[in-house]
Write a protein of this length. Structure first.
Length: 88
């Protein structure tokens, strides 16, 4: 699916697994046709967390990993408690 984050276009793809064994990754700035990759191989709440995590990285590339991780996890927990579920 195509998404836009802070004025930049990304292709968000959910794959069975990522080759590096991670749950999510994104292309760095300067790469044309930017992609956000999400592994399907995780629990639903963890996948929600990973999508938020990678989107936050795309929106705020200068934030450190700790801030991104903490924020994404908190947001995922709130959305999950509210009934948000991913359909992929």
């Amino acid at each position: 699916m195509r998404v836009e984050l802070r004025g930049k276009r990304w292709k968000l793809e959910v794959l069975d697994y990522l080759h590096d064994g991670s749950y999510g990754s994104m292309d760095p700035d300067g790469v044309p046709r930017k992609r956000i990759l999400i592994s399907r191989n995780q629990a639903p709440i963890d996948m929600l967390d990973t999508v938020i995590h990678e989107c936050l990285h795309a929106c705020y590339p200068d934030l450190d990993e700790e801030a991104i991780t903490e924020s994404a996890t908190d947001i995922a927990k709130i959305l999950h408690r509210m009934g948000c579920r991913l359909k992929v």
